[in-house]
Design a protein around this ligand. Structure first.
Ligand code: PLP
Length: 366
């Protein structure tokens, strides 16, 4: 097993998602592949209605409750359709012929807004457009509707690396948050939210399962046309068995959640993420060669996006980085530039190596 680690882990994987898994998780998967827990069956070959799988599902909920501090009046669901599925599920469950408030912080919020508009009236309570999505106004400038059925925010805009430095206060109106790129990356007070959702593929496992954490009073509100598969009450009632759940991705999330617990919980992960991000932002800020436009207090802890001052050098940067074993640093097509995604599983060495390379590259071409 360690041979695999030594052989394959010579590269640094900055992929935006699906992304790096902890070594110990990959090793466990490898061990379990043919024989899960003495069953002589792969985890992929076990029926979802067996006690064996139900135990995995329930254990995953228990660990998530522990590491995220999720109170008992919240259900945890494991659904299909990714975060984009939730862009539809949220209005189908909560809009109810009223109006919802959306905060437009960039690419992913805009997609959530476009999807929600298919189902009813959407008010853009705040948009970062005037700041080129490098920050948002303070909450006292937002145009929140006191009768909205919910407020939707994207906690971390993965593409440009823009993350809220605060959790908005929406009073009695449920706050719904997309945490696809920063779930488990920092401690949060779950009780501030009505719904927390995330595709698992960055910080909580692999593609194929979407975690929805929903406060009980928000169940039973779905519109009559809501497909059962997206209906939160139905899925809560049947323990996420609205159809065959994503058994293998749920099993991987189980391992990742246990890994978070074993390394010291979310507090420890947050500290590491802060350390990694600071190293790279310090490197950017100490030079005129690299540029990051995001307002300093809105900078993401897990997606560090930057440009090389001379854009012609960006491809050279990516090519040379690749040769130095730093993989998948190319920015998203919509923003271009360079993006270092350093999610929870990335050791601090990921930041150190990148800074070493950035310094070398600046010395060579600056
Ligand atoms: C913040 C955010 N929301 C939504 C998505 C879309 O996720 P999915 O592909 O699971 O629908 C992504 C994907 O990168 C994301 O980063």
């Amino acid at each position: 097993m360690n041979n695999h680690r030594n052989h394959y882990r010579q590269i640094f994987n900055y992929s935006a998602g699906p992304s790096l898994l902890p070594d110990t998780v990959l090793e466990q998967i490898e061990r379990d592949l043919w024989d899960w827990n003495g069953t002589k069956s792969s985890i992929m070959e076990i029926g979802h209605r067996t006690d064996l799988f139900i135990d995995i599902l329930n254990e995953t909920k228990d660990i998530l409750r522990k590491i995220m501090g999720i109170p008992n009046n919240y259900h945890i669901l494991f659904l299909h359709g990714g975060a984009r599925g939730q862009f539809a599920a949220v209005p189908l469950n909560l809009l109810n012929n009223k109006q919802a408030d959306y905060i437009n912080s960039g690419y992913w919020s805009k997609l959530a807004i476009d999807e929600a508009k298919k189902y009813g009236k959407i008010n853009i309570a705040c948009s970062g457009e005037k700041y080129n999505f490098n920050k948002l106004d303070e909450q006292n400038k937002w145009n929140l509707n006191p009768n909205a059925s919910y407020v939707h925010m994207t906690y971390n805009e993965t593409i440009k690396g823009v993350e809220y430095p605060f959790i908005p206060d929406t009073g009695d109106i449920p706050l719904v948050v997309d945490t696809t790129s920063n779930i488990l990356s920092k401690e949060i007070d779950v009780t501030k939210f009505g719904i927390i959702y995330a595709g698992a593929q960055k910080n909580l496992g692999i593609a194929g399962v979407t975690i929805v954490i929903i406060r009980d009073d928000l169940l039973k509100k779905a519109n009559n046309h809501c497909p059962s598969i997206l209906d939160y009450s139905h899925q809560a009632k049947v323990n996420s068995f609205g159809n065959t759940p994503s058994t293998f991705p749920i099993y991987v999330s189980n391992l990742v959640a246990k890994w978070v617990d074993s390394v010291g919980g979310v507090a420890k992960i947050q500290k590491n993420n802060q350390t990694k991000a600071k190293k790279v932002y310090d490197c950017i800020d100490s030079s005129e060669f690299y540029i990051n436009h995001v307002d300093k207090s809105w900078r993401s802890m897990v997606n560090v996006h930057f440009y090389v001052h001379d854009s012609k050098l960006e491809n050279v940067f990516l090519e040379e980085a690749y040769k130095a074993n730093l993989y998948y640093l190319k920015g998203h097509a919509s923003s271009k530039g360079i993006r270092a995604n350093m999610y929870n599983a990335a050791p601090i060495e990921y930041a150190t190596k990148l800074v070493e390379f950035m310094t070398y590259f600046e010395n060579k071409y600056g």
